[in-house]
Design a protein around this ligand. Structure first.
Ligand code: CP3
Length: 348
């Protein structure tokens, strides 16, 4: 192994601070748009290992990032549990039969049967492992999952939401059903991530993108403890595989010390001062992040932010990243500028 990115996740000294970007394979790259057009649509692209591997590698060559993230989506999990996912142009993901009752949940496929249905993801990973090893540049491959809570929001609402009213109605009036959903999803996620690791990923990232929808006093009960369970399961089997936890928008929980678990890296979102997180959690976790993604629209603003983050984090126990995903209308040259600046300021 000896991959710089893996070393950085484990808190070891590295010659520079590695950098990657959430959503680095995506619509801001014309090369991605071309492969997506050939595939017909986004889900076909996720289902085609050769094309998914091709777009995973694109940002390595075009933007120069230090790690590859598997091209897929968090929502393929409920899709293979039987929820029939669609991506609608200009709207986003849609499940036509959202979960309302225990009977709806009972109809879903769980456990190993659901995890095994994600075989196209494992095929993509195996292909990527081969392609990355052939390059010989020791680039790490990041695999990922959505947090059970974040996945459940789509399964219950049927789509993205601003208010989370259906999930929260369930949280406060039928918490047992919500827990049953979260437990069933957690079981699939554990087995799915175990299979991703066995297929060849080097690092796991868990996206709790909608963590901030839960009030702090309920966060542990409805989200955090399920992720701790997933991490414990994976760490007991694969102690050397680092786990990155990205819970978006939880700065108030950090201040209350609600964020301990068997993770190696804590992803800091752009709305949370990384200096505060360093003070509270820097001894416990390597930190990842956290440039505001919209700074990418302006090169000077990008440089200023990279320098400010470097000043706080130094050249150790840090991974550069954005504080959420890159947006589709960012010029490619600005993304390249970001990566170069991270590598420049952190070179030892
Ligand atoms: O480059 C990478 O980061 C790897 C690929 C990746 C995608 N989605 C590809 C994608 C990853 C890691 C994700 C995670 C994901 N998917 C999350 C968590 C991360 C986050 O951003 O908070 C969430 C919440 C989703 C669900 C999802 N997928 C939504 C809400 C949407 C529609 C909105 C949007 O950004 O388009 C998607 C679609 C999606 N996932 C695209 C890509 C490249 C765009 C699809 C297209 O080509 O049109």
């Amino acid at each position: 192994m000896g991959k710089i990115f893996v070393d950085a996740c484990l808190g070891k000294e590295t010659p520079y601070t590695p950098v990657w970007m959430m959503r680095q394979a995506g619509r801001y790259l014309p090369e991605y748009m071309k492969v997506r057009a050939e595939a017909g649509n986004f889900l076909n692209l996720c289902h085609n290992p050769a094309q998914a591997a091709e777009v995973t590698i694109q940002p390595l060559d075009i933007v120069g990032v230090d790690a590859a993230i598997l091209f897929s989506d968090i929502l393929v999990i409920p899709d293979e549990m039987g929820m029939d996912l669609e991506f609608i142009k200009g709207f986003g993901p849609k499940f036509n039969d959202p979960l309302e009752t225990q009977e709806d949940l009972d109809k879903l496929i769980g456990g190993d049967e659901a995890a095994t249905k994600l075989s196209y993801v494992f095929d993509t990973i195996k292909l990527l492992r081969k392609q990355l090893d052939e390059r010989g540049d020791d680039i790490a491959l990041i695999g990922f999952t959505g947090a059970p809570w974040t996945l459940a929001t789509y399964m219950i609402e049927g789509q993205g939401t601003k208010t989370y009213n259906l999930c929260k109605k369930m949280m406060y009036s039928n918490p047992k059903l919500l827990h049953n959903i979260l437990e069933k999803v957690t079981e699939v996620v554990k087995l799915y991530m175990e299979k991703q690791i066995k297929a060849g990923i080097d690092v796991v990232q868990i996206f709790d993108s909608w963590a901030a929808a839960i009030e702090p006093s309920k966060y542990n009960e409805f989200s955090w403890r399920y992720m701790v369970d997933i991490a414990d399961y994976l760490k007991s089997r694969f102690p050397d595989t680092p786990i990155i936890m990205f819970p978006k928008g939880v700065s108030s929980f950090i201040e209350q010390g609600l964020v301990y678990g068997n993770f190696d890296v804590f992803g800091v979102d752009w709305g949370t001062p990384i200096s505060m997180v360093k003070e509270k959690l820097g001894d416990r976790y390597v930190l990842q992040g956290n440039m505001e993604p919209c700074r990418l629209y302006n090169k000077e603003e990008t440089t200023a932010s990279v320098e400010a983050i470097q000043k706080v984090m130094g050249t150790n126990r840090h991974i550069f990243n954005l504080g959420h995903g890159i947006l589709p209308d960012v010029p490619v040259e600005n993304a390249i500028h970001f990566v170069k600046e991270c590598q420049r300021v952190s070179k030892k």
